[in-house]
Ligand binder design. Structure first.
Ligand SMILES: Nc1ncnc2c1ncn2[C@@H]1O[C@H](COP(=O)(O)OP(=O)(O)OP(=O)(O)O)[C@@H](O)[C@H]1O
Ligand SMILES: [Mg+2]
Length: 355
């Protein structure tokens, strides 16, 4: 099973992405969340290739070291599979079915939507609610992915001595974390719900999600990310991949770096976002985007918000899911600030503790 619905114990959110394992524990006091622990462990190049875990043990070790760094005591985790390896479909089922009947029926129906033999996939479903047009039917979200996408991630988490209670989907995690962003909170009062785009630009993938009325109405992944910038630095200044990665974050590069490498990269990042937004426009009868939020490690590139705003003509901010949270004493504020934009998926997963 996919395990979209969670059981009882508090959950550690674990984002296994291409460049790092990111882990987050939240607690809640009334309506305020608190960061209890945060841990990031980098992954070597080649550990995750095209969304596939090339080496489960290596990822397991990275999870172990992220756990150690974070100091968390939690043993149960929520993780996610990348949106691009998931088939999601809303189907209609008679509302009168019992849970067992529904499960049986969904599995029978799945054959029509999943282009693989069913013994090669993991399937789960969630009842969304009554169908708007016909109350005798229920809308059911069917989610499927090839077994290894789920099982390898679960195995990596188990290798680290944890138990995977929830296996979610990255785009649902981003949708879940969205309400934490201060740029979004105020908008629920206005008459017209704005469409807000969130561009998560990581090491290898940029994901554009459009959120409207609290739901993700569009999701698109493109192969673009900070690894490209690291490789440019490597070539231009004769550095190893690791040296180039460090120098990029610390800004310790010759003066011509800014004009000859960084600025062109920022512009191509804005262009990539623009391309994804064009796909949204054409798929949504030309609905506009009212705001853009940059997330992922590349959102931390200095001046990236201004660059995107001026090229795209849309008010742009940088994601900070921790903005309204309190922080446990053991958490280093620098780590939190530095990692905040790249923690959207981990935040959405950690929030699954409070379902
Ligand atoms: N301050 C910074 N300046 C420039 N680049 C940065 C900075 N901080 C992080 N990055 C870059 O962001 C990328 C990592 O981002 P992120 O953690 O979101 O990626 P990821 O989630 O591991 O990757 P993906 O989602 O593509 O699988 C790396 O390429 C890293 O070099
Ligand atoms: Mg990522």
């Amino acid at each position: 099973m996919f395990k979209l619905r969670r059981q009882k114990p508090a959950l550690l959110g674990i984002d296994i992405s291409s460049a790092a394992v990111k882990l987050l524990e939240l607690s809640r006091d009334g309506s305020t969340y608190r960061v209890e622990s945060i841990g990031v462990a980098p992954l070597p190049q080649g550990a995750v290739v095209d969304k596939t875990l090339a080496n489960v043990e290596l990822i397991g070790q990275a999870i172990q070291s992220a756990v150690k760094r974070s100091g968390t005591k939690l043993k149960h985790a929520a993780l996610a599979v990348p949106t691009s390896v998931v088939i999601a479909k809303t189907i209609q089922m008679p509302a009168s079915l019992t849970d067992e009947e529904l499960e049986l029926q969904v599995n029978l129906e799945a054959d029509r939507y999943v282009p693989y033999p069913l013994d090669e996939v993991r399937i789960d479903f969630e009842v969304l609610g009554p169908n708007e047009k016909n109350r005798e039917w229920a809308d059911v979200l069917l989610v499927a992915s090839r077994r290894e996408n789920v099982e390898d991630r679960v195995a990596a988490v188990e290798f680290a001595g944890l138990k995977a209670d929830v296996v979610d989907v990255e785009s649902y995690a981003i949708e879940n974390a969205f309400e934490l962003l201060p740029d979004v909170a105020g908008d629920h009062d206005s008459d017209v719900e704005p469409a807000i785009a969130i561009a998560d630009v990581g090491a290898t993938t940029m994901t554009l999600s459009v959120i409207h009325g609290g739901r993700c109405i569009f999701n698109k992944e493109q192969g673009f990310g900070g690894r490209g910038l690291t490789e440019l630095i490597q070539q231009k200044f004769g550095l190893t991949y690791a040296e180039a990665g460090h120098a990029k974050k610390l800004g310790t590069l010759p003066a011509n770096y800014i004009t000859e490498v960084l600025e062109p990269f920022k512009q191509s990042m804005a262009q990539q976002i623009n391309v994804a937004m064009q796909f949204f426009h054409s798929s949504s009868a030309n609905r506009g985007i009212d705001k853009l939020i940059l997330a992922g490690g590349c959102a931390s590139i200095r001046g990236m918000g201004t660059c995107a705003e001026s090229m795209l003509g849309i008010p742009t901010t940088i994601a900070n899911p921790f903005a309204n949270m309190s922080v446990a004493q053991k958490v280093k504020p620098e780590t939190m600030t530095a990692e905040a934009p790249a923690m959207m998926v981990a935040c959405g997963l950690a929030l699954r503790s409070f379902d």
